[in-house]
Ligand binder design. Structure first.
Ligand code: ADP
Length: 140
């Protein structure tokens, strides 16, 4: 497997509880290198655009309000098989179902407030990175 880049968000529930460092440490321990990082506050419109794929789901309003409730930290992660590796270290969407040692098992509060986002495939990774970062901001 070649070196890949993926997109990660440390979500509002985690930045609020000062878990940015602890979560980043878990990502780095998994072999992922942080090649871009910034703390931002999403507008409702940006959250709705980012999660447009979920616009017809019953939790869309709750999700987009939550994503704007506190600052987030957006990151580009690089490494061998980075997309799958990040999904593995994140754990299942619902923390009650997440494996031991994963970020969501350790830190997530609920299926909604689940501490991290990670791209689910190469196309979304590319799209999500480009939505938040310019080429100049990514330093491998
Ligand atoms: P993942 O983030 O694991 O890729 P999804 O793409 O299915 O999961 O969902 C995106 C985000 O929407 C989740 O991370 C979570 O914050 C929120 N979400 C998903 N399902 C629910 C739900 N049933 N109730 C509330 N929020 C949800």
């Amino acid at each position: 497997m070649a070196v890949q880049r993926t997109f990660s968000i440390i979500k509002p529930d985690a930045t609020k509880r000062n878990l940015t460092g602890a979560i980043t440490a878990k990502l780095e321990e998994a072999g992922l290198r942080v090649v871009a990082s910034k703390r931002i506050r999403l507008t409702l419109e940006q959250a709705q655009t980012f999660y447009a794929v979920h616009k017809d789901r019953p939790f869309f309003g709750e999700l987009t309000e939550y994503m704007t409730s506190e600052p987030i930290v957006v990151q580009v992660l690089e490494g061998e098989d980075a997309i799958a590796k990040n999904r593995e270290v994140m754990g299942a969407t619902n923390p009650a179902e997440a494996a031991e040692g994963t970020i969501r098992k350790e830190f997530a509060l609920s299926i909604g407030e689940n501490s991290v986002h990670g791209s689910d495939g190469p196309d979304t990774a590319k799209e999500e990175i480009a939505y938040f970062f310019s080429g100049l901001e990514i330093v491998g």
